[in-house]
Design a protein around this ligand. Structure first.
Ligand code: F6P
Length: 365
């Protein structure tokens, strides 16, 4: 691929999150006006690369999108050029490596550098393409906030606001009916949304995948509250929380392709058990994709803008194989290979967990 950048390509991959359009706008405006190069938007993540679907992005495409959730480019969390369905044999999908075709398509699109906006899966693919010679710059996104190389990902703040708002609403009805109200939130194997929203919303119990819980500890907390005259309790449960036996609950488990497995339903399992053991009427709300939609918060718009500008700069300076990150408040970059090395999980003795415990939150441990 040419090292003289005349055209920059951008794609959004994996699950969407609020703030993606702020990133697309920032990358495109910086490329169009500061560097005076062309921008091509690739449709539906790596799906568009494999199937050669793209469009030239002009000013009117990226104007008026800053406040909009979702992504104007579309996205998918299925299409991996290194493991793509290429046929069927004996009723089984046959997977193949179509990365050479993907690279050839990027060349057909005239893409001299690719900005890949995604979570761990999309950034991993971006890094694999980089290793095969494609100039790639990554931007981290996910509501889960589980990427280790950045202090925070954009999308998390908006999801946190949505979850906190839900807890506030559940609080009033829990109080009226003297019930235990459980809110199940997203986050995969990390409990960031649960920990932060539970702390912000004044939850009594927060269950996260990183801390093992017992039903006895939860019932003890609920009955202690009852003894103090507090007849209701609020619980926030991360979708990846592990039951006392270590089991996670899936809506759909894909043993053949684990990253496509869908967590969900643990709130109901725990709710039934709490009602049975503590004898308190319990209701469960699964917040689901509301956390991924809607208007991005100012924080996510600003972070998305800063990441987008930095990514365009990295691309134009020839700093490929890098990912933008927020480190101690500053926008910096790290090698993509470091960015995808490990998942960022909550430490059980971290300051926020200790602070939450100090104000009476139970983690069921
Ligand atoms: O990674 C973001 C996320 O929203 C997770 O929190 C959740 O487990 C998953 O994606 C849901 O994916 P899908 O939109 O494919 O159901």
């Amino acid at each position: 691929m040419s090292q003289k950048i005349k055209r920059l390509g951008i794609l959004t991959g994996g699950g969407d999150c609020p703030g993606l359009n702020a990133v697309i706008r920032a990358v495109a405006k910086t490329a169009l006006y500061r560097y005076e190069i062309e921008v091509v938007g690739i449709m539906d993540g790596y799906g568009g690369v494999i199937e050669n679907r793209s469009m030239i992005l002009e000013d009117h495409h990226v104007s008026g999108i800053l406040h909009r959730g979702g992504t104007i480019l579309g996205t998918t969390n299925r299409d991996n050029p290194f493991r793509y369905p290429v046929g069927e044999k004996n009723g089984q999908t046959v997977w193949g490596d179509v990365s050479d075709k993907a690279i050839a398509n990027l060349e057909k699109m005239g893409v001299d550098v690719l900005v890949a906006v995604g979570g761990d899966g999309s950034l991993f693919i971006g890094n694999e393409l980089y290793k095969k010679g494609v100039p790639v710059v990554g931007i981290p996104k996910t509501i889960d906030n589980d990427l280790s190389a950045t202090d925070v990902t954009f999308g998390f703040d908006t999801a946190l606001n949505t979850a906190t708002d839900a807890i506030d609403k559940l609080h009033t009805t829990a109080e009226s009916h003297h019930r235990v109200m459980i809110l199940e939130v997203m986050g995969r194997d990390a409990g960031w949304i649960a920990l932060h929203s539970g702390t912000a919303g004044g939850a009594d119990v927060i269950l996260i995948p990183e801390i093992n819980f017992s039903y006895e500890a939860i019932c003890k907390k609920i009955s202690e509250r009852q003894q103090k005259g507090k007849k209701f309790s609020i619980m926030v449960v991360a979708e990846g929380a592990k039951l006392p036996g270590g089991e996670q609950i899936y809506q759909e488990e894909r043993k053949d392709n684990p990253h496509l497995s869908k967590l969900g339903g643990v709130g109901n399992v725990i709710g039934d058990e709490i009602q049975r053991r503590c004898g308190v009427e319990t209701r469960v709300t699964v917040l689901g994709h509301l956390q991924r939609g809607g208007t991005p918060t100012p924080f996510d718009r600003i972070l998305g803008t800063r990441f987008g500008v930095k990514a365009a700069e990295l691309a134009m300076n020839g700093e490929f194989g890098q990912m933008t990150c927020l480190c101690s408040g500053e926008i910096q970059s790290v090698p993509l290979s470091d960015a995808v090395k490990e998942q960022k999980l909550i430490q059980a003795d971290s300051e926020l967990v200790r602070a939450a415990k100090s104000v009476g939150v139970s983690f069921g441990d």
